[in-house]
Design a protein around this ligand. Structure first.
Ligand code: NAD
Length: 618
C-alpha cells in the first residue's frame, strides 16, 4: 500500500464517539506540528483528558495518533495532553473500510473509550495468511545473522520509544508506570537483545554423536526449521511483554506471525505492530489482527502451523479442542493458583513485603502471583499482622499518579468475579482483615487490596484463580502440610518458598508440582530470559522464554549421513538361517554380561562377523 493511498477516514477518536465531558480550552503547542492540546474536564472524578483526534503529518507520512500522555492530574485543572507516538494504519493490520467495525481502547481508570482501532474482518483472513506465507518464505531465506540484526533494530526501536510504550500500556491496562517499565518494556528489550545473541548458537546445526559402535560410520545432526506461519493469541494483563516475548523468538526462528492481541488492549497490539514496522521487518511478516474470540477461533480454523496461546483455562480448553481437530500443535500458557510457602525461619519483614508485592502487583492480575499463602503456625500471626500493616500503607489510585502503588482492575466484570470469591469465602468462614471494598470515588474499577484469613480448600478463593488484589493466608502445622496443600490444586504454574535454610528450600522446591519454583523471591524469574516459563495441569503445556521456548518455534529435523555410501547395509534383504543366527550374535556382542561371551559372539562360527562378510544380498 502506498502511503498516499492510506485511508484514515474510518479511524474514530473519542471526540467522535462521546466527548461530552471534555472541551479544548487551550492549544498549548509552541509549534503547531507538536499538536499539544489542553482540556478542561468537567467530570470531577476523572483524572484525565482525552485527545481530540486529528491526523498528523510526520516525516511526510500520514500517521494516526493512538494515545496521548496526560501531564496534569488535578481533576479541577485543565489537563495538558502531549503527543506520544503515532500508529500508522498500515500497522493496524489493514486499510480501513466504510462500515468498519472497531475495537475500543478503554482506559480502565476512568472507564472511558480513548481510541477506536479498526477490527479485522473475518473475510480478510485468507488474504492475511497468503501474505504471511509469502513473507515467511522470503524471510526464512535470509541468513540467520540478518534475522538477528533485525532483532537488534527492534531492540533499539523499543528503547527509543520506551516512554511511549509505558504510557500506552499504563493507559490501557491501568497498571502503574513503574510496572509497565519493569514488567513490559524491560522484558521485551531483554528478550530481543538476548535472542539476537543466543539464536545463532541455539539454531545452528547440532551434531548428534552416536554411542553405538556399529553406527560409528555415520554422522547425524539436528536442523531447526521454522514452523511456518504461527498464531500468537495473547491476553490483556501483560499486553506488550507477552506478545513481544513470543513474537521475537518466532521471527528469529524464521516464522511469520499472526498476532491477535486481546480485544481489551487493542492499542497495545497496534503499538507492537508499529514497532515491528519501524524496526523494518518485511511487510506481512508480522500482522496484527484486531478482534475478539471469534477472530481468534477463525485464525485457528484457517490452519496456522502452530498456536501460541496465553489466557484463561476456559479459552485454553476451547483452543486445545480446535487445535486437536486440525492436529495443530500448541503451547498453552494458562492460569495459575500460585502458592507461597513461608517456613518458620523466614525473614518476616522481607517475606511479608514479598507477599504484598507478589499478591498485588498488576492489581493481582498476574498469572505468576501469590494467590495462596501457607505459613508455618509459630510465625503465622506475626506474618499476617505485617501483611495487613503493609497492605494498609499501599496507595490505590490512577496510574497517572506516579505515587500510586495499585491501579484499577481491567474491567468491572473482573472486579465482580473477585467480589464473588470474597463473598463465598466469607460465607464459608473466612475473615477479611483489611480491604475488600470498591473505591468508586477513584473510578469504576478500583478494589481495595485485601487480606483474608481462616481460609480452606472448600472455598473458591483457594481453588479457583482469583486474578485480583487478594492475599489469602492459611496457617499450617508443618512444611509437609504446606507442600501437600500447595500440590492440592489442578493448576501447576509456579510457587515460592521462603526460608533462610537453603537446603530445606531446595528439598521442598523439588516436591512442589509446578513449572517453576522460586526460593526467596516471587514471579521475577519471568524476567530472566534464560528461564523457561510454563506450567502443567490446568496451567497448560509447552514452554515460552529461554532455549526451550525458542525450540517451540521450530520443527526439529534429524539428518543422518552415511560415510560409506558404497557399502550395502548388512541388515538389508537376503535373509537366511545363518543371517538370523548372526543377528542374534550381534545382540550378544553388544549386551552379554561377560566379555568372554561377547568375544564368542563376535568370533564364533555363526558369530556377528558373519553379518559383515555375508555374501547373499539383494
Ligand atoms: P482470555 O482467555 O479471556 O483471552 C485470551 C485471548 O484469547 C484473547 O485474545 C481473546 O480474544 C482470545 N480468545 C477468546 N476466545 C477465543 C477462542 N474461542 N479462540 C481463540 N481465541 C480466543 O484470557 P484473558 O482474560 O485475556 O487473560 C487472563 C488469563 O490469562 C488469566 O487466566 C491468566 O492467568 C492467564 N495468563 C496466563 C499467563 C501464563 O503465562 N501462564 C500469562 C498471562 C495471563
Amino acid at each position: 500500500m502506498s502511503d498516499s493511498s492510506r485511508d484514515l477516514s474510518a479511524i474514530q477518536f473519542r471526540s467522535e464517539i462521546s466527548n461530552r465531558n471534555s472541551r479544548i480550552v487551550r492549544n498549548s503547542s509552541k509549534r503547531r506540528r507538536n499538536n499539544t492540546y489542553a482540556f478542561s474536564n468537567r467530570n470531577k472524578n476523572a483524572h484525565s483528558g482525552i485527545f481530540v483526534g486529528s491526523l498528523q503529518a510526520a516525516d511526510g507520512l500520514p500517521v494516526l495518533p493512538v494515545c496521548f500522555q496526560e501531564t496534569v492530574r488535578h481533576p479541577r485543572k485543565s489537563v495538558r495532553i502531549q503527543r506520544e507516538m503515532a500508529v500508522s494504519p498500515q500497522t493496524l493490520g489493514m486499510q480501513s473500510v466504510a462500515g468498519q467495525d472497531f475495537v475500543d481502547s478503554v482506559n480502565p481508570a476512568i472507564g472511558e473509550v480513548v481510541a477506536r482501532i479498526p477490527a479485522t474482518p473475518l473475510s480478510a483472513i485468507p488474504a492475511i495468511f497468503e501474505t504471511a506465507h509469502a513473507a515467511q518464505k522470503a524471510w526464512v531465506g535470509q541468513p540467520l545473522k540478518e534475522r538477528c540484526a533485525m532483532l537488534r533494530k527492534l531492540r533499539d526501536v523499543i528503547f527509543e520509544h520506551r516512554d511511549d510504550i509505558a504510557n500506552i500500556v499504563t493507559r490501557e491496562t491501568g497498571k502503574p508506570r513503574a510496572e509497565a517499565i519493569l514488567a513490559e518494556v524491560l522484558l521485551a528489550l531483554d528478550t530481543a537483545d538476548f535472542l539476537a545473541r543466543q539464536a545463532p548458537r541455539w539454531l545452528r546445526l547440532e551434531r548428534v554423536p552416536h554411542h553405538n559402535i556399529a553406527l560409528k560410520a555415520r554422522s547425524g545432526w539436528l536442523e531447526f526449521d521454522p514452523q511456518g506461519v504461527v498464531a500468537i493469541i495473547s491476553p490483556w494483563n501483560f499486553p506488550f511483554a507477552i506478545p513481544m516475548t513470543e513474537l521475537i523468538p518466532a521471527v528469529v526462528a524464521g516464522n511469520a506471525v499472526l498476532l491477535k492481541p486481546s480485544e481489551l488492549t487493542p492499542a497495545c497490539g497496534a503499538l507492537v505492530g508499529e514497532l515491528i514496522h519501524r524496526a523494518g521487518f518485511p511487510n506481512g511478516l508480522v500482522q496484527i489482527l484486531q478482534g475478539g474470540g471469534e477472530l481468534g477461533a477463525a485464525i485457528i480454523e484457517a490452519g496456522p502451523a502452530k498456536v501460541f496461546f496465553t489466557g484463561s483455562v476456559a479459552t485454553g480448553r476451547r483452543i486445545a479442542e480446535a487445535c486437536a481437530g486440525k492436529l495443530i500443535p500448541s503451547v498453552l500458557e494458562l492460569g495459575g493458583k500460585d502458592a507461597m510457602i513461608v517456613l518458620a525461619d523466614a525473614d518476616l519483614d522481607v517475606t511479608s513485603s514479598a507477599a504484598v508485592w507478589g499478591g498485588f502487583t498488576n492489581c493481582g492480575q498476574a498469572c505468576l502471583s501469590v494467590e495462596r499463602i501457607y505459613v508455618e503456625q509459630p510465625i503465622a500471626e506475626k506474618f499476617t499482622q505485617l501483611c495487613v500493616e503493609k497492605t494498609k500503607k499501599l496507595r490505590l489510585g490512577s496510574p497517572a499518579d506516579p505515587e500510586a502503588d495499585i491501579g484499577p482492575m481491567i474491567r468491572e466484570s473482573q472486579l465482580k468475579k473477585v467480589e464473588q470469591q470474597l463473598r463465598d469465602a466469607e460465607q464459608h468462614g473466612a475473615r477479611i482483615l483489611t480491604g475488600g471494598h470498591r473505591r468508586s470515588d477513584l473510578g469504576p474499577n478500583f478494589l481495595e487490596p485485601t487480606v483474608v484469613v481462616q481460609v480452606d480448600h472448600s472455598m473458591q478463593l483457594m481453588r479457583d484463580e482469583t486474578f485480583g488484589p487478594v492475599l489469602a493466608i492459611r496457617s499450617v502445622a508443618s512444611a509437609d502440610e504446606a507442600a501437600a496443600l500447595a500440590n492440592d490444586s489442578p493448576f501447576g504454574l509456579s510457587a515460592s518458598i521462603w526460608t533462610r535454610n537453603a537446603r530445606r528450600g531446595r528439598e521442598l522446591a523439588s516436591r512442589i508440582r509446578a513449572g517453576s519454583v522460586m526460593i526467596n523471591d516471587v514471579a521475577s524469574y519471568y524476567g530472566i530470559s534464560e528461564a523457561p516459563h510454563g506450567g502443567s495441569g490446568f496451567s497448560g503445556w509447552g514452554r515460552t522464554h529461554s532455549r526451550l521456548g525458542l525450540l517451540e518455534m521450530v520443527q526439529v529435523k534429524y539428518v543422518d549421513a552415511d560415510r560409506l555410501p558404497l557399502y550395502a547395509k548388512p541388515w538389508w534383504y537376503g535373509y537366511s538361517e545363518g543371517f538370523a543366527a548372526a543377528t542374534g550374535s550381534v545382540v550378544e556382542l553388544m549386551f552379554a554380561p561377560s566379555w568372554k561371551r561377547r568375544l564368542q559372539a563376535m568370533l564364533g562360527k555363526r558369530g556377528a562377523r558373519g553379518l559383515i562378510s555375508r555374501r547373499r544380498r539383494i
